[in-house]
Design a protein around this ligand. Structure first.
Ligand code: NAG
Ligand code: NAG
Length: 441
């Protein structure tokens, strides 16, 4: 029964959306979250199941998008919304769960209260003392996270009072919710926005702001005053917007000239229109793998029974979490795992990168290292696995091994043969000379 109704729903979506408007748009399952009426502190929240039918068609006020579809019984009809999103941002493929999938895109809807911006770079947008009548409507904001975990968006929507037919007025989107970057390279934190050109809130400019947050501490990186087309604030060196792209395509991506370890953290892209704002948060993780070295280099030749402590230094890595271990590959190809050795504490360089060392006691009398092989130090790090190897040679003194004995026998036999040949050659010529001498005498 459930299967049939799902199928019915899917085919209706195809008929009314795919086949009529050309863009397949998902039906988004959301939580409608709001403060419990009556308040209290901390504010108690209520959460109700909600559904958004999305169309890319601009709707006339009051017309229902996708009207006539059968709503699921467990959803309050007053929490079913017929959303018009001409930008088609809500129709992104990463917001469309395959039929029957357990994992769904995340979606939360909240009531939204339009109000003049308090930040100084957005204040000029609402210089008029009277708020337009346009604001008297039901306003919502929707925050979504795509199935790929990389699409994040936030939309502000306006619905004529009590119609449940909101139209998107402002959308802010990032396609890179998590950015991993190496150290010392340029990085782009993707952020774009779309505004409804037919809304009275557009046309009088916008403002963009990027903030940085890490462990509860925040700072402003830059603020762009779109009304005057200039930065209102630039507190961060090497962080820029492309003004041309900002105006042409709503591309508000933050470009970092050169990543530093201290750039790791959360970045918040906020776009302001008069009275409304929307924002998305992105994480930047600077990940740099360690450089490894083994010392002493090269390893000295060891005699059987001798012990030595070798050291592996890992440096220049970030973030801090690192696992080091040792491996030994004998001449016979057998791999031995020698554990992590004794780990040092970590040190932090002035560029923010870390270093850490491991010591390994190689005791040839206790360990089965044969006549030597390849000693490796292996580092497991989020930026990748790194390995460094060094050749270890062990020679026997406390009684030769079987191989040594056989080699000695071979050498002895060889030497014996050479001596034999040489002495024969010299011996015979000597005797020839001797006979000559004897003849001459
Ligand atoms: C800025 O954006 C425009 C339009 O997208 C592009 O042509 C130009 O190369 C960009 N400039 C920089 C410095 O990235
Ligand atoms: C926005 O600009 C950045 C930096 O130039 C670029 O990497 C990104 O692809 C652009 N985004 C879009 C949607 O064009």
């Amino acid at each position: 029964m459930a299967g049939i109704s799902t199928f019915y729903r899917v085919s209706v979506i195809c008929v009314s959306v795919l086949c009529v408007f050309g863009t397949p748009c998902p039906v988004l399952e959301c939580w409608f979250v709001q403060e419990k009426p009556g308040g209290g502190f901390p504010a108690a929240m209520t959460q109700e199941k909600s559904l958004m039918y999305v169309s890319t068609d601009p709707v006339e006020d009051g017309r229902e998008v996708g009207a006539g579809r059968m709503p699921p019984a467990d959803i309050n009809p007053s929490r079913i919304y017929h959303v018009s999103d001409p930008s088609a941002t809500l129709c992104s493929s990463s917001l469309q769960a395959p039929a029957g999938a357990v994992k769904k895109p995340q979606c939360e809807i909240n009531p939204f209260l339009p109000q003049p911006a308090r930040v100084q770079w957005a204040a000029p947008l609402t210089s008029s003392a009277h708020s337009p009548i346009y604001l008297q409507a039901d306003w919502f904001s929707a925050a979504l996270l795509g199935l790929d975990g990389q699409l994040v968006m936030s939309s502000v929507m306006r619905s004529p009072t009590a119609t449940n037919t909101p139209s998107v007025v402002l959308s802010v989107v990032s396609r890179t919710a998590t950015v991993r970057s190496r150290l010392g390279v340029p990085a782009v934190l993707d952020c774009g926005f779309w505004t409804d050109p037919s809304s009275p809130l557009t046309g009088s400019g916008f403002a963009v702001e990027w903030r940085y947050q890490f462990r509860g501490e925040g700072r402003l990186l830059l603020a762009y005053d779109g009304k005057n087309d200039r930065y209102a604030e630039t507190s961060e060196e090497g962080a820029e917007l492309n003004f041309t792209a900002l105006h042409q395509t709503g591309n508000a991506s933050l470009m970092l000239e050169e990543t530093k370890v201290r750039d790791s953290g959360t970045y918040i892209c906020t776009v302001y229109l008069p009275y409304v704002l929307a924002q998305v948060a992105l994480d930047l993780e600077i990940e740099e793998p360690p450089s490894l070295s083994i010392s002493p280099a090269p390893l000295p030749m060891l005699y059987t029974g001798q012990a030595i402590t070798v050291q592996c230094d890992a440096s220049g890595f970030a973030p801090l979490t690192l696992k080091l271990h040792w491996e030994f590959v004998g001449a016979d190809g057998k791999v031995q795992h020698l554990g992590e050795g004794g780990m040092s504490g970590h040190r932090q360089a002035s560029d923010g990168t870390f270093s850490q060392s491991s010591w390994l006691d190689l005791d040839t009398s206790r360990m089965d290292l044969g006549r030597g092989g390849e000693l490796s130090c292996v580092a497991l790090h989020s930026a990748g696995t790194r390995r460094v190897s060094s050749t270890l040679s062990i020679v026997g003194v406390n009684g030769p091994s079987i191989e040594d004995s056989m080699a000695m026998v071979a050498v002895a036999l060889g030497l014996y043969g050479i001596i034999k040949v040489v002495s024969w050659a010299f011996g015979s010529s000597g005797s020839a000379d001797g006979s000559q001498d004897m003849k001459d005498k």
